[in-house]
Design a protein around this ligand. Structure first.
Ligand SMILES: Cc1cc2nc3c(=O)[nH]c(=O)nc-3n(C[C@H](O)[C@H](O)[C@H](O)COP(=O)(O)OP(=O)(O)OC[C@H]3O[C@@H](n4cnc5c(N)ncnc54)[C@H](O)[C@@H]3O)c2cc1C
Length: 441
């Protein structure tokens, strides 16, 4: 095998984000020496700002928990596979209903400590810019991969069109929210009053909607190449499709009663807590590429946010990823350069959990292969197996990133009216298949 020609005493992981941390720990915990390159604090991407590893750049939520949710299933699978991200998230949780939300600073600090305390990991604060043939490298540089590494990747994959665009939501300072208007509750009162909710009457919504649809956005540098992921559309893009897209989407009022009127509001904005003390709140589903002055003007039209101070404004960002089905195999190796592996969002998955899960699989399979055992791919009935399958074999002309959802799992093969029960059965099948596969590793 090609692999046997290379040194196996140390492998490189480039990028200390969610995927890089998972990959490095999987390797080290199986006795493989790792050199983990992270370019922060020497160099920062446009979205990162903390020197710590595993930085959450936008939302502080690792999505809903529980096996009735696709994200909850993936969390459980990752946990069984020894995920550091899930473990650390659980010990740094902040209240957010059924969501696994974390205090982002404590979360990243805890992941950094884990890496620093792991004797087989050598953390090097340097930008990785090459993929030499004489060492195994896992590239986990994320959606904002530095230019230097993007060039090196293009050379080994032949992939020139490496990116598209995403948007992120603003965060508001807690003491600037008017609590005479915004009320604490979760939808259908599930999971405690963890969110703040800004209710709107029809007139208030229409005023906001008109302002939003007439606002100014930041132009993309190369407009022709602007391709936005379907699951992360900016709020103004959704608004351009019509009022109902907001009223049945991010501003849906179902499951809430405005305590001031005793009635369901016409529309509603949810704010999710960023920290336990409630000093910062994330505008749920309000990722945006409005210009900064326009964000302040338009979002302050929302009742309760008239005096809002923005801890961070929303913005548009690049998303680098390889054309998985053409470039990668099921072990996330570059087909043309099998000493290079990919992990995280750069493989063409979307989301914190999904990225970390691809880090687990990359690190795990490399560790096993280096100890002489080539594992089977994770079963496609499992969430992680379905994501891997998407990455190396998604059909269609244009490869688009995928987040975890029940739709990517194979069908049950029986027609079921009860959707909840169908999800439960799929989750049960997924975990059984995963356990069976893990027993073979
Ligand atoms: C602005 C933005 C907002 C997002 N918001 C969300 C969200 O709200 N929810 C969600 O689920 N997902 C979100 N995502 C998508 C995705 O889940 C995250 O980006 C996730 O952090 C990806 O994990 P990763 O480990 O692949 O990359 P990252 O977490 O980005 O980690 C990559 C690391 O590599 C480092 N690096 C880059 N190039 C080099 C190099 N050449 N050498 C050394 N180090 C390098 C970076 O500094 C960084 O620390 C967002 C993405 C972006 C860019």
């Amino acid at each position: 095998m090609v692999e046997d020609r290379f040194k196996v005493d140390e492998v490189a992981v480039v990028g200390g984000g969610l995927a890089g941390v998972e990959a490095a720990l999987q390797l080290a915990r199986r006795g493989i020496r790792v050199r983990l390159f992270e370019m922060k604090p020497v160099k920062y991407t446009e979205a990162h700002s903390s020197p710590d590893l595993g930085e959450l750049v936008c939302s502080n939520s690792l999505k809903a928990m529980g096996l009735g949710q696709a994200s909850g299933l993936l969390q459980e699978e990752m946990s069984r596979l020894g995920s550091a991200v899930i473990d650390v998230a659980l010990t740094n949780r902040v209240a957010a209903g059924q969501a696994l939300a974390v205090n982002r600073e404590d979360f990243s600090k805890a992941l950094t400590r884990l890496i620093e305390e792991e004797p087989l990991i050598n953390l090097v604060r340097e930008e990785g810019t090459s993929l030499p043939k004489d060492r195994y490298t896992i590239v986990a540089t994320g959606p904002l991969t530095s230019e230097g590494m993007a060039e090196a990747i293009s050379k080994v994959t032949g992939d020139e069109d490496l990116y598209f665009y995403d948007a992120m939501a603003p965060i508001i300072e807690g003491d600037s929210i008017d609590l005479n208007i915004a009320f604490a509750a979760s939808r259908y009162e599930k999971g405690g009053p963890d969110y703040l909710n800004c209710p709107m009457t029809r007139e208030e919504f229409e005023r906001f909607f008109t302002a939003l649809t007439n606002s100014e956005t930041v132009p993309t540098r190369n407009f022709e190449k602007e391709r936005v992921f379907q699951g992360c559309q900016p709020i103004e893009t959704l608004a351009a499709k019509g009022e109902k897209t907001l009223l049945f989407g991010p501003m849906k009022p179902v499951g809430f009663t405005d305590p001031r009127t005793g009635k369901r509001p016409h529309a509603l904005l949810q704010l999710r807590r960023e920290d336990e003390a409630g000093q910062r709140w994330n505008m749920v589903g309000f990722q945006t590429k409005l210009t900064y002055p326009e964000q302040k003007r338009v979002f302050r039209l929302i009742p309760g946010l008239e005096e809002a101070r923005f801890y961070r404004l929303g913005s548009l960002h690049r998303n680098t990823y390889v054309d998985g089905p053409r470039v990668l195999d099921g072990y996330l190796r570059a087909r043309r350069a099998p000493w290079v592996q990919f992990a995280g969002q750069i493989t063409g998955v979307e989301g914190y959990l999904e990225s970390a899960a691809m880090g687990i699989w990359a690190g795990l399979n490399l560790a096993l292969r280096l100890s002489g055992k080539t594992p089977d791919l994770p079963p496609e009935e499992s969430g992680i197996g379905s994501l891997v399958r998407h990455v190396y074999s998604a059909p269609g002309k244009r490869y688009e990133p995928m987040n975890m959802n029940f739709g990517i799992l194979p069908p049950l093969g029986i027609r079921m009216k009860d959707k909840k029960e169908a999800k439960r059965l799929r989750a049960e099948r997924a975990l059984k298949a995963l356990d069976g596969w893990m027993a073979t590793l």
